[in-house]
Ligand binder design. Structure first.
Ligand code: PEP
Length: 256
């Protein structure tokens, strides 16, 4: 088992939640809780909260991430934000290809790949989301879907850049539904992702890449999920909106 070669990362995905005063209150509550964590702690917040989050977390162990990034440097892309715009205000991480972006905003593996490369080129750490639909799992093509996403999403991403990338395995049927993959299901796919990364790069590279599980992770199921040999952390939606719940997940990852 090579878990010690990689850092456990717990990343909150706030989605479209929290006004600025609410964000301030949650971050202030989170700071003393996160302080004890030995895993990496990231909060991915709406664009309007990024500067506030960066400011309030200065000098703490909490890192800030965005929830999306565009692949062009600038230009006529109304409503989009570039990687340089994120780095210039101190953002370090960015979620790319979340299933909600794929489902509601027409993101494809091609745009996920472009966004990932743009993020890496600007020095951001991408959290690239992959995962199967319920229908795909029922049809027994989960591994085909995941293998395809890994190939397409990381197309032309060098081994050095792959080491800076986090992969989040997020079965779409488990996101925001309260339904969690069992720890066996999570481990099966996370270890399959590591096999794909080994084939694409090498064992040495694959062993250093953080692979998260995401999908209704909560204080009750986190310890078991995070104890799996290939689950190196979590991408957390609902449970990242309450400091106490997020704190339990940080403890579980710090001990996992
Ligand atoms: C997510 O948004 O990435 C997620 C995993 O959400 P939840 O934890 O609410 O299922």
């Amino acid at each position: 088992m090579n878990k010690e070669l990689r850092k456990a990362v717990i990343a909150g995905n706030w989605k479209m939640n929290k006004t600025r005063p609410e964000a301030k209150a949650l971050i202030e509550e989170l700071k003393p809780i996160a302080e004890k964590a030995t895993c990496d702690v990231v909060i991915c917040v709406p664009f309007t909260n990024l500067e506030t989050a960066v400011e309030l977390t200065k000098g703490t162990n909490i890192k800030v991430g965005a929830e999306n990034v565009h692949f062009e440097k600038s230009g006529a892309f109304t409503g989009e934000i570039s990687a340089d715009m994120l780095t210039e205000i101190g953002v370090e991480y960015v979620i790319i290809g979340h299933s909600e972006r794929r489902q509601y905003f027409g993101e494809t593996d091609e745009t996920v790949n472009k966004r990932t490369k743009a993020a890496l080129a600007a020095g951001l750490k991408p959290i690239v989301c992959v995962g199967e639909l319920l229908w795909e799992r029922k049809c027994d093509i989960t591994k085909e879907v995941i293998a395809r996403q890994i190939k397409l999403d990381l197309f032309d991403v060098s081994a050095e850049d792959a080491k800076k990338t986090i992969i989040a395995y997020e079965p779409v049927w488990a996101i925001g539904t309260g339904e969690t993959a069992t720890s066996e299901q999570a481990e099966e796919v996370c270890s399959f992702i590591r096999e794909q990364l080994t084939e694409k790069y090498s064992k040495e590279v694959a062993d250093t890449i953080t692979i998260q599980y995401g999908g209704s992770m909560n204080p009750k199921n986190a310890a078991e999920l995070l104890a799996q040999p290939d689950v190196d952390g979590g991408l957390i939606g609902g449970a990242s909106l309450k400091a106490a719940d997020f704190g339990v997940l940080l403890d579980a990852a710090s001990n996992g």
